[in-house]
Design a protein around this ligand. Structure first.
Ligand code: GAR
Length: 191
């Protein structure tokens, strides 16, 4: 069984979707959710789903000893970022080479980097007059939104599109593709 740790900072709708996708899987299990925001919506979702959720402060994520100890104790094989807004520390990347996956709500390499998260991304895409946006699923390396891309999917930007309406479209793409891309990556990594 491949054991996953999901990391989120906000509402956690992707975390919930991923959890539901794998709940009956015989190959992949979601062990828990980690979050760096005490009042994040993801805690309420986790409670409802009956999955463990644990808070670590942003400083603990940066320093990473206690986070790594926890991952080791739980025998975690992969880390899945689902709306996790901190940079992953070099030490954690070192311990999980090619085993940390992120989803970004735009078509990287454009509209990525520090400060590019959530509605800020969609706002920038619309202001730039883009005709398309989408999602990028990629491996995590030491730079923000930079590691090898493993999947992209595109949506159209229509006349009168707002950051909120675009976020909704992008979320639908995320729900549709992220769990399956995670599954395909992990199973091919281990074949
Ligand atoms: C998602 O759209 C995700 O792609 C984005 O945050 C949202 C989280 O939504 N991630 C980033 O912007 C990372 N740079 P959720 O909490 O409802 O899953």
């Amino acid at each position: 069984m491949h054991k996953l740790s999901i990391w989120a900072s906000g509402s956690g709708s992707n975390a919930e979707n991923i959890y539901n996708y794998f709940k009956n899987s015989k190959e992949i299990s979601i062990d828990h959710i980690l979050c760096n925001k005490k009042d994040a919506g993801v805690f309420e979702r986790a409670k409802k789903l009956g999955v463990d959720a644990k808070y670590f402060s942003s400083a603990e994520f940066r320093n990473s000893t206690s986070v790594l100890d926890f991952l080791k104790e739980r025998e975690i094989n992969y880390i899945i970022l689902a709306g996790f807004l901190l940079k992953v520390s070099e030490e954690i990347i070192f311990h999980y080479p090619a085993r940390i996956i992120n989803i970004h709500p735009a078509l990287l390499p454009d509209y990525g980097g520090k400060g590019m998260y959530g509605l800020h991304v969609h706002e920038a895409v619309i202001v730039a007059g883009e005709k398309h946006s989408g999602i990028t699923i990629h491996l995590v390396d030491e730079e923000y939104d930079h590691g090898t891309t493993i999947f992209q999917s595109i949506c159209e930007i229509e006349k009168g599109e707002t950051p909120k309406s675009l976020a909704e479209k992008v979320h639908q793409l995320e729900y549709k593709h992220y769990p399956e891309v995670i599954q395909n990556y992990i199973l091919s990594f281990n074949s």
